[in-house]
Ligand binder design. Structure first.
Ligand SMILES: C[S@@+](CC[C@H](N)C(=O)[O-])C[C@H]1O[C@@H](n2cnc3c(N)ncnc32)[C@H](O)[C@@H]1O
Length: 265
């Protein structure tokens, strides 16, 4: 069901940590708006390094619990260790693809961030997420639209990175512009009364400004394997992205993040 294009394991987890730190304010606002509260039982689908999973566990507290599932056993083992180090005991990580998810009506809140964009069949995944949700529970998805990343002034290296990223993800049958399609996908799996928001954090400095270079480094093996770029070309692009990011007079944003949620009948 997936052919995940970004490097996993320890390097993949480090990338997700940078992303999670920059996005936590907007993700937290979304989760609160959708009704996250103490005592709930939650599922984080395609949880990666568990950054959001652990935050959910903190909020739901000892009466609630959180399960994170992902196909990357290395990231999950690191996340489990982090939970243990932080004394968080109400979280469980399972190595499981969303296509293998068989839980039925078990969770108050089912969440996925930046998972559907990587799947050949996002509707099937969403369908499983809905089935896992209790009646009255909420399904929440955050996903990307790579069409209009803000950069100022012009940054040809960023344009080339986005072109390459789009090409390699599409070669795997996935969709880098799934964000605005989410409401329609929600309707296809029977969800109604949808809530929609979108955010696009932009940066003058800090880790958020590194995310495109870090992503490029982590899709490099896939780009080289597909014959879309050479190692030398990627190295040069990374250097240009770094140069642009280090200049405090430039602006660089994330791709636009669409946030959609709905309650199961
Ligand atoms: C871009 S990362 C996002 C991780 C996490 N949701 C976050 O926001 O930090 C996408 C994650 O989806 C996982 N993944 C890809 N295909 C999957 C599948 N079929 N089932 C479950 N997880 C999958 C990858 O291993 C990766 O950890």
């Amino acid at each position: 069901m997936t052919d995940y294009v970004i490097r996993g394991g320890e390097l993949g987890k480090a990338r997700l940590r940078v992303l999670a730190q920059a996005l936590w304010p907007t993700t937290r606002y979304l989760l609160n708006s959708a009704g996250l509260s103490a005592g709930q039982v939650c599922l984080d689908v395609g949880c990666g390094g568990g950054d959001v999973t652990l935050e959910l566990a903190r909020v739901v507290g000892s009466v609630g619990s959180v399960t994170g599932i992902d196909i990357d056993s290395t990231k999950l083992a690191l996340a489990q260790q982090e939970a243990a180090d932080a004394g968080i005991t109400n979280v469980e990580f399972r190595v499981l693809g969303v296509d293998q998810l068989r839980d039925e009506a078990q969770y108050d809140l089912v969440y996925a961030r930046f998972l559907l964009t990587h799947l050949r069949d996002p509707v099937a995944a969403l369908h499983r997420m809905v089935k896992a949700t209790k009646p009255g529970g909420v399904v929440i998805v955050e996903d990307l639209y790579h069409g209009d990343i803000i950069r100022y002034p012009a940054c040809p290296a960023l344009d080339q990175h986005v072109r390459l990223y789009n090409q390699v993800v599409r070669l795997r049958g996935a969709d880098t512009e799934i964000g605005p399609k989410l409401p329609e996908l929600f309707r296809q799996v029977g969800l109604r009364q949808l809530q929609l928001s979108h955010v696009q954090p932009a940066f003058l400095e800090g880790a958020g400004k590194q995310i495109h270079r870090i992503t490029l480094e982590n899709v490099a093996p896939a780009l080289i394997a597909a014959g879309l770029a050479t190692e030398a070309e990627i190295k040069a692009l990374c250097a240009e992205l770094d140069h642009f990011a280090q200049n405090a007079h430039t602006i660089m944003s994330f791709p636009r993040v669409f946030q959609v949620w709905a309650y199961r009948d």
